[in-house]
Each structure stands twice: as C-alpha cells, then as structure tokens.
Write a protein that binds this ligand. Structure first.
Ligand code: SD4
Length: 332
C-alpha cells in the first residue's frame, strides 16, 4: 500500500472508530452525528479568539507539535496573553473595575470533562494556572475572590500588582468622562482569550481567561470562569468558548449551547450561528451587545459567529496559520 493510501485508510479507520463510539452513547445522541470521517481526524489543531490568539497559538503549538496534550497546550497558550502587559483585557495590564482593581476570571476544561475555575481573583498574573490547580488539586470546580487568592498563594503563585501605569491612566481618564455613567461593552474594552485545542490523541481541551468588562462594578463576575457559559468541552462532540458581553453569554449558557447544537449534527459554524441568533432573540435591545463564539468539533472542524462584525479568531495546525474573520448576524 502506498504511504498516501495508507494515511487515507488510517484516517478513515480512526473516523470509523470514533463514529462507533458516538453511536454507543445512545441516550445522549439520538440523531447520529453526520459522517465527517473524511475530515482531519486526530490532527492537532488550535484556535483562539482575537488577534492575540496568533501569539498564544504559537506557544500552544510548540506543545501540540511534539505530541503534547491539549490541556498543556491551552494552559501554556493563554498564559502568553495573560502575561502580555500591552493587552488591556486579560491578566497583567488588564483594565480595572470601577474601583481601580484588576479582577480576573478564568476556567479550564479537559477531554475527561474535568474542570477548574477562578473568579474575582486579584494580584495573580496567571489565573488559568490557578484554575488548573483547582481542577487537579481540589474536589471543587470554582474558587472565588480572597479564597481563590489564598489557595493560589498556598500553591506557590506569587502576588503581583497587575495594574500597569497605562491601565491606571485609562481608568483615571474614564473616571473623568461621561462614559462612566453608562458602562458599555464595546470593541475597545474587551478581548478575552478563549482557546480550544485538539491533540494527536483526539483529546480536546479549552481555556478561557479575562480581566472582564472594563470598569465593571467591583465584584462582578462574567461568563469567562463559568463552565458552560465561557467554555465547554465534551470530548464526544467538541468544544466551544465565548467572548463579548458575559451577561448575554450566561443567559443562554452559551458554550454549552454551541456544543449541544453540534451534538445534534450542526457544524461548528452553524452551531455558533444559532447560539448567536438565540442571544439576539433574547434581547429586546441588542444595540451594542457583542458576543462571539468559536468552536471545534471532534473531527477538527472549526467555526465561529458573532452578533456584530469585527470578531476574528486565530487558527494553527500543521498546514495553516491564519486569522479568520467571523461571520456576523448584524453590522455595527
Ligand atoms: C466578560 N466575556 O467578562 C468577558 C469579556 C470578554 O471579550 O469576553 N471580552 O464578560
């Protein structure tokens, strides 16, 4: 058998195994998933939200490319964005809340449906790694506020002031502006990173991390640390994550919705589109409410959709490295 033929047959074989695994989950998948076994099966791939996804993907790819796990890849990948002081909406350098405090939300989930999260965490540069520790070292899923910080310090994380002079300046300017009377999420004040990766074992993991809605009320927690809202993985189907106005994402359990729509046979793109349309239907006034989803299927297909135009995501695999503009239902 020629090598090319062998690879083709192997890929179909893997797809066949996957499909029989799917059909055994009878209670969950009433309608059989479409046969997409001719698509890239078990070829590592990573996607992440926004332009900063490109750099984060590079770091994740270093792990995926040598046969590392999707879980390691997503953690290492989003840490790049968390530690980038020039990014105004994730980790170090993130814009603070109304009181000038940088408060962080993050979560992580693996192919075994294990998950961990931190919410309203302060003074720790890499909340995603704390979320992973919550997943691996505790019987819990989420720790918040002071308790999350205490746990992080016990785990060896170091305290750090995350409010950079630039972010402080922006906050001071906001305090003097009219904008503070009507807090609004828009294309300038949010850019969460959500990342989804599939590794060479066909395992999917995801991570989501943010400093949230700039100038939010002190104590506000968004969708990003909430499993099922900001992120959801079901290794039998795929994964999804969200960016944008967290309140709107939580109202439809956004990422879980996208994964369940894929379970019903929708492609990642179709699933993201339907979730976005549901958000639009649930809002009397959708003006200015931006949400974007990205998704990956078990077969490595990727997709995205947003309420308004302007959302994009970065894709990296063996053959491709590019930014893709998401389709949107509405135009700004
Ligand atoms: C939040 N969803 O805290 C986050 C913000 C965000 O892109 O995603 N911005 O609501």
């Amino acid at each position: 058998m020629s090598r090319r033929k062998f690879i083709k047959v192997s890929a179909l074989g893997v797809g066949g195994i996957l499909l029989s695994k799917f059909s055994s989950a009878k209670n969950e998948a009433k309608k059989p998933l479409p046969n997409r076994s001719n698509l890239i099966a078990f070829s590592p791939r990573v996607i992440s939200t926004w332009n900063h996804g490109t750099k984060a993907n590079e770091a994740a790819w270093k792990i995926l490319n040598i046969g590392g796990t999707a879980l390691d890849a997503v953690e290492v990948g989003v840490r790049v964005t968390e530690s980038d002081a020039t990014n105004r909406s994730v980790g170090l350098g993130g814009l603070p809340d109304k009181e000038g405090k940088v408060t962080l939300d993050a979560c992580i989930m693996n192919h075994k449906s294990e998950c961990g999260a931190v919410a309203f965490l302060q003074d720790i540069e890499n909340p995603i790694s704390v979320a992973r520790k919550v997943m691996e070292e505790t019987p819990h899923v989420m720790l918040a506020g002071k308790g999350a910080q205490k746990f992080a310090l016990e785990q060896g994380f170091k305290k750090k002031d995350l409010l950079t002079p630039e972010a402080k300046k922006a906050w001071q300017k906001w305090q003097e502006s009219e904008d503070q009377k009507k807090p609004e999420i828009n294309s300038e004040n949010h850019d969460t990173i959500g990342m989804l990766a599939i590794d060479s074992n066909g395992h999917i993991s995801g991570a989501c991390t943010t400093s949230g809605w700039a100038y939010k009320l002190h104590g506000r927690v968004g969708d990003s640390p909430i499993i099922g809202a900001g992120l959801f993985i079901d290794n039998e189907v795929g994964g999804a994550c969200a960016t944008g106005l967290g309140e709107a994402v939580i109202r439809i359990a956004g990422s879980h919705t996208v994964v369940e729509l894929m379970r019903q046979g929708k492609s990642p793109n179709e699933a993201c589109q339907e979730a976005v349309e549901r958000i639009i239907r649930k809002h009397k006034d959708i003006k200015g409410v931006q949400v974007g989803f990205i998704a990956i299927s078990k077969y490595g297909e990727v997709g995205s959709y947003s309420v308004y135009n302007g959302f994009n995501f970065a894709l990296k695999d063996h053959n491709t490295e590019k930014l893709i503009d998401a389709k949107s239902v509405l135009k700004w």
